[in-house]
Design a protein around this ligand. Sequence first.
Ligand code: LMR
Length: 333
Amino acid sequence: MRKLLLAVVAAAVLMAPAVAQAQSPISIKFSHVVANDTPKGKGALKFKELAEKYTDGKVKIEVYPNSSLYKDKEEIEALQLGSVQMLAPSTAKFAPLGIKEFEALDLPWLFKDDETYANAMKGTVGKWLFQKLEAKGISGLAYWDNGFHMVSSNRSLMKPEDFKGLKFRISGSKIADQYFRLMGSIPQIMAFSEVYQALQTGVVDGCENTASNYWTQKFYEVQKDITVSYHAHLQYAVIVNSKFWSGLPPDIRAQLEKAMNEATDYTNSIARQENEDALAEIKKAGKTTLHYLTDADRKAWQEAMQPTYKWAKGRVGQEVLDLVAKELDVKMN
Ligand code: LMR
């Protein structure tokens, strides 16, 4: 009897870790570089809420906003290594992986408006681009919107000449590098978390970003003039480590996909309003002057930046340009 009892106790002790392991939730680290109070930040928190609900607590999503876990470049490397499972970088940040095609989305004045952008990404372009990531051990789950870029410095930027000689921080796209150069300025790639200080200390003179990022990172505090130019678009790819994702139990993965689809609809539905609200807050703060282009100004910018399209062929390749042109029903030249 005593022997049996001991055997039962021993078996229970031996099995305890297995039981505990079976019960402990699957942990997903979701890292990103912006504030919680932005379209992407809110999208990540919505995904957490829905994913934990649909999997009945079997999955725990840890969201790390504001570059608190990794900065721009490091986060993609960390995803490939499996140190983090989910990210939502701007599509401008894939070139260091050797995938340049996403940069086609950064072409200036490409998307006429929010709807044009959203429809284009639902079509073949979005899927085609995601396939490019697979060879790098990365799977694309969704595209999240963050609207159009404004541009700023400590002088008003109304004519292409106004850009001359100014140093602008860019996030990584060579297309952005090219259009800033065509305006006579000097672009410089820099991690998002370093932009405020670089603007404050004059390491760079200006930058481009969406209103929600200007507001939550307080860039407006250190930039006297913002031009609400909407000259290019900022979009994110929500990505996962492929091995991790395909290794999940199928029922769990299905619930996470459902959560991601709903979080995507939510994020894309709030992006425009979030940016409008942020712009209103910047205006109210009264620290910076907002400028709006006249039709003639816009035309001058468009003409100055136009050679980016020709240059892009050598950078992103004809195939993606053709796909985008077809999707948008426009001519690329
Ligand atoms: C940037 O670096 O400016 C953006 O990618 C930041 C972001 O993720 O919105």
